[in-house]
Design a protein around this ligand. Structure first.
Ligand code: URA
Length: 286
């Protein structure tokens, strides 16, 4: 063998070793801690913007469309952070079943929510906000809680954040009417403050029943509050995004809340990575 050929071969062997060893990690994790699908690299490991950003591509929801070469290949599967473990286990392993204490149809559930007086938010709300979109959709977006525009209209995500969500949905080639959109809380917290734990605890059964009735293929949780409420965890967004979790057997992909993207457009790059994974999961189920 010519000397150059031998050198090339040994270089490639070295590369092969490197890439296969980087797959490690998943097999060592208990099943409930394993992500459901091969996730993209965690943010800290993602290639830098300059290395992945094609210069000419269009912008989905106001950012460069990242083709993300290299992110499509299987990557080392990150383990959930320790803080997430117990909660993720609970959520992942209790199968999502219909509750007997709540209506077993979405209209009935919505009507019950409209009359709910289980927490103080009923005193300040204008309208309850149950959902928008198609109950037949494979994809459900779950936000935090209604804001002012939603409280007035009775529909989720109709304000500025909602307009951005519409663009995010369009970026994955879907229409708002083709997805299902709801929130953890069905009533607006005054001044749009973060939902209190008691409010989440009172409202969560409605969301669980909603999701049990919908049985989506994918849940995309928008923002830290939604992710924390669904997975019953206090883990940070930085530690969770980039991974796929299980909400009672349904793949759950966390991403940034559109309001956070409006405040910090630099986050749109990661959100777009998340949305592409959402899109691919939806498409993978025929
Ligand atoms: N933010 C949310 O989390 N939900 C809405 O419906 C609107 C804004």
């Amino acid at each position: 063998m010519a000397r150059e050929a031998r050198v090339l071969l040994s270089r490639n062997r070295g590369r092969l070793k490197l890439s296969t060893s980087s797959f490690g990690g998943e097999a060592d994790a208990p099943p409930m801690l394993r992500s459901l699908s091969s996730p993209a690299l965690p943010a800290a490991e993602a290639p830098s913007a300059s290395s992945t950003r094609p210069s000419t591509s269009a912008e989905p929801f106001g950012m460069e469309n990242l083709a993300l070469p290299g992110l499509e290949a299987p990557k080392r599967v990150p383990l959930p952070p320790p803080g997430l473990a117990a909660a993720a286990l609970a959520s992942a392993y209790i199968p999502l079943a219909l509750r007997d204490d709540l209506p077993r149809d979405l209209d009935g559930l919505g009507a019950m929510v409209a009359g709910c007086r289980k927490c103080g938010l009923c005193e300040t709300r204008t309208k309850t906000v149950f959902a928008d979109g198609s109950p037949l959709s494979k994809l459900v977006f779950v936000g935090e809680a209604p804001g002012r525009d939603e409280d007035l209209s009775g529909l989720p995500f109709v304000g500025r954040a909602g307009q951005l969500l519409d663009k995010m949905i369009a970026a994955i080639d879907m229409k708002r009417e083709e997805v299902y959109i709801c929130n953890v809380l069905k009533c607006r917290p005054p001044d749009n403050r973060t939902p209190a734990p008691e409010e989440v605890a009172q409202c969560r059964p409605y969301l669980e029943q909603q999701l049990a009735l919908l049985r989506p293929v994918v849940i995309c949780a928008l923002g830290l509050s939604a992710v924390q409420a669904l997975l019953e965890t206090k883990a940070t967004m930085a530690s969770m995004r980039g991974k796929t979790f299980s909400f009672r057997g349904i793949p759950l992909i966390p991403t940034y809340h559109p309001a956070a993207l409006l405040r910090n457009p630099g986050l749109k790059r990661d959100a777009w990575i998340d949305l592409q994974r959402v899109r691919d999961l939806v498409r993978s189920v025929g």
